[in-house]
Design a protein around this ligand. Structure first.
Ligand SMILES: [Zn+2]
Length: 374
């Protein structure tokens, strides 16, 4: 076996460049990229033989001949196999059969251009990956015919990651009471979450309640209604690393999914679902996209007071109550006015889409979100 094999990836998107870098053993000299100027790159990788999956289309570097990959999906599949296989945790398949009566639908529909439009992140509200698997995974899931997800990410490397539905098919992870779609616009029956986005469960008990008392490190965050402040169990470091790996797999297969296409279940079903309030989207997305410049639009807007301060900064009148932390009629009206003025869906709930709209409005005014928290 040669030490290195040479792979060519014509028309690679920017999203898979990090994976190609990994494929080359993070040796910049082994990856040559030519910018095609249309968002795609022609790439030549010298891949250590140990990284090259069996049966991949490749030739030796010494021969000087470029490989001629036969199909882009085969390239991506072998690339995922080569780069995303973790060394410290396992992906465990508990696939739901693609048959009627199960919580799975074949393919992506024409309503979304035959591709998923985003990723919806969830919490399980339970303690272990086994409890999630019992409910959602395999042929005998307790919620067969009702609900599922593509992945479930455990809290430790020992738990690993479960796969219930492949990325070519739809899982039933959202839909009931869905008000908004992946881009924050109003949803209809054809674009609801289970028809348009990939669903990832994360093992997390959710908010403190009877039987699940808050600990000192739990995250305080206002719900989308801005009236109820939850205390949410933090996600673990190992879990974060696994979530980043799952995200990289998703965008390697579906590179059109960008930073703003990630949201929580609570963002598309506000007022009905609270998962995943308090989620560290910034850390997750910086990891998935290898981009530390992704702005944290979530943490500065977690409290009722900071949301009120943001509206005041943007010129809305909160009366004498200002940023008192109580979401009354003035705050509610200001939020709806802001949503109208920013061409957002006027819904009266504070979602990830609101965070991005505030961030954009602050940018226009030369303000910084970082100054809101105190
Ligand atoms: Zn959920």
């Amino acid at each position: 076996m040669p030490d290195e094999v040479k792979w060519t990836f014509p028309g690679a998107t920017a999203a898979i460049l990090p994976s190609l870098r990994t494929l080359c053993g993070n040796d910049e000299g082994k990856l040559k990229t030519t910018d095609n100027g249309n968002g795609s790159f022609d790439c030549v990788c010298l891949v250590p033989a140990t990284n090259a999956p069996a049966g991949s289309s490749s030739t030796t570097a010494a021969s000087g001949a470029d490989s001629a990959p036969t199909s882009s999906s085969a390239i991506v599949s072998s690339m995922i196999a080569a780069t995303a296989t973790p060394t410290n945790f396992d992906y465990n398949e508990h696939l739901i059969p693609l048959k009627s009566g199960h919580s799975i639908s074949k393919g992506w529909t024409s309503w979304t251009g035959h591709e998923p439009k985003g990723v919806t992140w969830h919490w399980t509200a339970g303690k272990t990956i086994e409890s999630c698997r019992e409910l959602l995974g395999g042929p005998d899931a307790k919620r067969k015919g009702e609900a599922s997800a593509h992945y479930c990410v455990g809290r430790s490397y020992d738990e690993g990651v479960d796969i219930y539905v492949g990325l070519e098919n739809r899982s039933w992870h959202a839909g009931v009471e869905q008000k908004l779609r992946w881009d924050g616009k109003g949803s209809n029956s054809h674009t609801k979450g289970s028809r348009s986005t990939i669903g990832v469960e994360t093992v997390n008990v959710g908010y403190a309640r009877s039987g699940f008392p808050a600990k000192s490190d739990w995250i305080e965050v206002a719900d989308t209604n801005c009236k109820w402040v939850m205390k949410v169990q933090p996600w673990t470091d190992e879990q974060m690393n696994m979530m980043i790996d799952v995200g990289k797999r998703i965008i390697a297969r579906w590179p059109q999914i960008r930073v703003r296409d990630h949201h929580g279940h609570h963002d598309i079903c506000p007022g009905y679902k609270s998962d995943v309030g308090g989620f560290d989207f910034a850390r997750l997305l910086r990891g998935i996209y290898d981009d530390d410049s992704i702005f944290d639009v979530w943490t500065p807007l977690q409290s009722v007071e900071s949301r009120q301060r943001a509206l005041i900064e943007l010129g809305y009148d909160l009366g004498k109550w200002a940023d008192d932390g109580h979401w009354g009629d003035y705050s509610a009206k200001a939020l709806e006015d802001f949503q109208r003025d920013s061409n957002s869906t006027v819904i009266g709930y504070w979602t990830t889409f609101t965070n991005w709209a505030v961030y954009d409005a602050f940018e226009v005014k030369g303000l910084s979100l970082s100054n809101l928290s105190n």
